[in-house]
Design a protein around this ligand. Structure first.
Ligand code: NDP
Length: 333
């Protein structure tokens, strides 16, 4: 059985903050990343919690990522913002950009922000939920390094290319989904390999192009498959175009070619869209949508995001892999 230790969310934040500070982050970046990581642990999103810290540290130690990045925002038009992340990790760029994006969308009805010169190693729900808290519909797209074969192929071209959409529900948690467009996220494959679990058939292929349920064969030279066959493949292509074509940042294959494989993420872009239901649909939008959510829940369907929001509401300590905590503590300089 996997050994775990119990830590409060505050202790998880502190552990991440201290290790990031001792490996080259300034306090703003360390705090933004530690908040992202501890929020993931709080919500039970293990693959984007402390699990990512060795990678965050690895890319600062290699000199690839700037731990003291100072993101700058350019207003291209009133509705189009461009956040330059100064070769840092995305959490600080996102933290600083969201209020400006929200202000633009509340005024204009719709606004977009591209995030460039950054390294994305996190889930996307923090940014889309933050927009929903402003009463806006939030959408986020990012690409990664190639690990997913397009439908019908056996070689990787796409990243695991996640999409998140959050819908504001004043008085309730937002409706929010956040999903890789691969059959499984790479972090989950790595965790399954680490813990000796198998994965469902259809998740990926081994290095010879054969179907496998062994996550270590997918992780080591194999490929993931898109979810939903050709439909997921089309959506993964759309994410490449939104996150790279529309931001000017690297497509996954370009990120794969330029990356130095130091355990952290490759440089890549993110596209954020924000829309105001109040301005687009008018005064009745909330009651109209709540009636829809009621119908959906009446059918017994659990809403995406609900698992995380229920975890979030729980007080007390979170269970974290004991070896991982040891590994992170050993990274303190
Ligand atoms: P999952 O397949 O676990 O979940 C995807 C979505 O479906 C979540 O919103 C989840 O909500 C919801 N969901 C899961 N089960 C159900 C159910 N039974 N009924 C209704 N809704 C359900 O996520 P993935 O493995 O695809 O992705 C995990 C994370 O990896 C994401 O946060 C993604 O952003 C991140 N990622 C980041 C990358 C990067 O480059 N930065 C690359 C790829 C992925 P809930 O959370 O409440 O369970």
């Amino acid at each position: 059985m996997t050994q775990t230790v119990e830590l409060t969310v505050k202790e998880i934040h502190q552990l991440a903050y201290d290790v990031l500070m001792s490996n080259g982050c300034d306090e703003h970046n360390a705090n933004a990343i530690a908040t992202t990581v501890s929020s993931a642990e709080r919500d039970g999103s293990e693959s984007h919690g402390l699990f990512r810290i060795p990678g965050y540290v690895g890319s600062m130690c290699s000199g690839k990522v700037n731990g003291k990045a100072k993101p700058t925002l350019e207003t291209v038009t009133p509705a189009i913002l461009r956040m330059n992340g100064d070769h840092g990790y995305t959490p600080l760029a996102i933290q600083r950009g969201i209020p400006e994006l929200a202000k633009a969308a509340k005024h204009l009805g719709i606004a977009a922000m591209s995030i460039i010169n950054t390294y994305h190693f996190a889930a996307l729900w923090p940014e889309t939920e933050a927009l929903a808290e402003h009463g806006l519909v939030g959408m986020a797209f990012t690409a990664y390094k190639p690990k997913v074969a397009p439908a019908g192929a056996t070689q990787a071209l796409f990243g695991t290319n996640p999409i998140s959409v959050a819908w504001p529900r004043p008085g309730h948690s937002p409706w929010v989904f956040d999903m890789a467009t691969s059959a499984k996220a790479l972090g989950d494959i790595q965790i399954a390999a680490r813990d000796g679990h198998s994965v469902p058939a259809g998740t990926g292929l081994d290095r010879d192009g054969n179907t496998t349920t062994d996550p270590s064969k997918i992780a080591d030279g194999g490929v993931l498959l898109p979810f939903g066959g050709h439909k997921g493949s089309a959506i993964a292509t759309m994410v490449e175009l939104f996150a790279a074509g529309l931001t000017g940042e690297q497509f996954s294959f370009e990120a794969g070619e330029s990356d130095i494989e130091d355990g952290g993420p490759a440089r890549g872009g993110e596209l954020l869209l924000a829309m105001s239901p109040q301005l687009i649909a008018g005064d009745n939008w909330q009651a109209h949508c709540e009636a829809f959510f009621e119908k959906l829940e009446d059918l017994g369907s659990r809403l995406p995001g609900q698992r995380r929001h229920e975890n979030r509401a729980k007080d007390g300590k979170r269970r974290v892999n004991a070896k991982l905590v040891e590994q992170i503590n050993a990274l303190r300089i």
